[in-house]
Design a protein around this ligand. Structure first.
Ligand code: CAA
Length: 272
C-alpha cells in the first residue's frame, strides 16, 4: 500500500502529522504525532481539514478509516501544551477549528470508520464520535477528561456524546472525567465492536471493503438520511428519507442493483 498524502499528485503537499494510504477505494488516515500520543494541535487539525477535503473530492475514495499511530493512542486529546497559554479568543478559534474538522468528517459524503487503537480522550474521543462507526481494540480507553484540566470539551463532545449514548450516561462521563475501557464503551453504545489489537485494522478494512462494494451513491444517500433525519422531527425525517429514496431511482446503480437481484447475479455498481 503506498503511503501518500492525498493530493500529492496535484500539488505535492506533504502532511507533517498524518499518514494517508489509499488502496482499492479505501483511504486509511493515521494521525501521526507519537511523541504527544497523537494529540491534536492547530497544525494537525488544519491537516485533517485539508486531508478530508481532499478525500471528499477524490472520486476513487469510497470509505475512510481513521486511526492513530503506535500501539498506545488513537488520539490523547487536544494538545494541552498548545492550549495552556491561549487567550479566550484564541481558545474559541481553536474550538471552532476543531469543530470544523469534526463537522467535516461527519458531513463527508463517504463513510468514516474510526479504528480506535488506544487512548481516545478529550478531542480524541470527540474525533471518534464524529466518525460514522467506531471499532475499538481491547486496549482502547475512552473519556472526556477536560474537567480535570478546568475546561469543558470544545470539539462538540457535549453534543455528540449525549446524542450517541444518552444524556445521563454522557453527563456521567463529562462530569467525572472518568476513563473507561473498551468493553464498557461497548456496553454504553459508544463503540460498535471490540477486537484484539492485532485484529483491529483488518476488521476495519473488511468492513470498509464490504461497504465499498455497495456502490457509493446509495451509501451517501443513506448516511445523509440518517444524519440529517436525526436532526428533524420524525414526520419531516420520514419525508426526507422518502426524498432520498426517490433520488436513488435517478441512478444507474438502482437499475443495476435490482436487475442483478432478479437475474440472480452479483451487482456491479458504477457509482452513477
Ligand atoms: N496534549 C499534549 N501532550 C500530550 C497529551 C495531550 N493531550 N497527552 C499526552 N501527551 C504527551 C505527554 O505530555 C507526554 O509527553 P512527554 O513525553 O514529552 O512528557 C507524552 O505524550 C506521553 O504521555 P504520558 O507520559 O502522560 O503517557 P502515560 O502513558 O503516562 O499517560 C495518558 C497516558 C493517560 C493518555 C496521559 O498522557 C493523559 O492523561 N493525557 C492527557 C489526556 C487529556 O486530558 N486529554 C484531553 C485534553 S483537553 C481536550 O481535548 C479539550 C477539547 O475537547 C478540545
Amino acid at each position: 500500500m503506498p503511503m501518500l498524502p492525498v493530493d500529492q499528485k496535484e500539488n505535492d503537499v506533504q502532511f507533517e502529522n498524518l499518514l494517508v494510504e489509499i488502496s482499492e477505494g479505501i483511504a486509511q488516515v493515521t494521525v501521526n504525532r507519537p511523541k504527544a500520543l497523537n494529540a491534536l494541535n492547530e497544525q494537525t487539525l488544519k491537516e485533517l481539514l485539508d486531508c478530508f477535503q481532499g478525500l471528499e473530492n477524490d472520486a476513487a475514495v469510497q470509505v475512510v478509516i481513521l486511526t492513530g499511530s503506535g500501539e498506545k493512542a488513537f488520539v490523547a486529546g487536544a494538545d494541552i501544551a498548545y492550549m495552556k497559554e491561549l487567550s479566550a479568543v484564541a481558545a474559541r478559534d481553536f474550538a471552532l477549528l476543531g469543530q470544523q474538522v469534526m463537522n467535516g468528517i461527519e458531513q463527508l459524503t463517504k463513510p468514516v470508520i474510526a479504528a480506535v487503537n488506544g487512548f481516545a480522550l478529550g478531542g480524541g474521543c470527540e474525533l471518534a464520535l464524529a466518525c460514522d462507526i467506531r471499532l475499538a481494540s481491547e486496549n482502547a480507553r475512552f473519556g472526556q477528561p477536560e474537567v480535570n484540566l478546568g475546561v469543558i470539551p470544545g470539539f462538540a463532545g457535549t453534543q455528540r456524546l449525549p446524542r450517541l449514548i444518552g444524556k445521563g450516561r454522557a453527563k456521567e462521563l463529562l462530569f467525572t472525567g472518568d476513563m473507561i475501557k473498551a468493553q464498557e464503551a461497548f456496553r454504553l453504545g459508544l463503540v460498535n465492536r471490540v477486537l484484539s489489537p492485532e485484529e483491529l485494522l483488518e476488521a476495519a478494512q473488511t468492513m470498509a471493503k464490504k461497504i465499498a462494494a455497495k456502490g457509493p451513491l446509495a451509501i451517501r444517500l443513506c448516511k445523509d438520511a440518517v444524519d440529517n433525519g436525526m436532526e428533524m422531527d420524525s414526520l419531516k425525517a420520514c419525508r426526507y428519507e422518502a426524498d432520498q429514496f426517490a433520488l436513488c431511482f435517478a441512478t444507474e446503480d438502482q437499475r443495476e442493483g435490482m436487475a442483478a437481484f432478479l437475474e440472480k447475479r452479483p451487482a456491479e455498481f458504477q457509482g452513477r
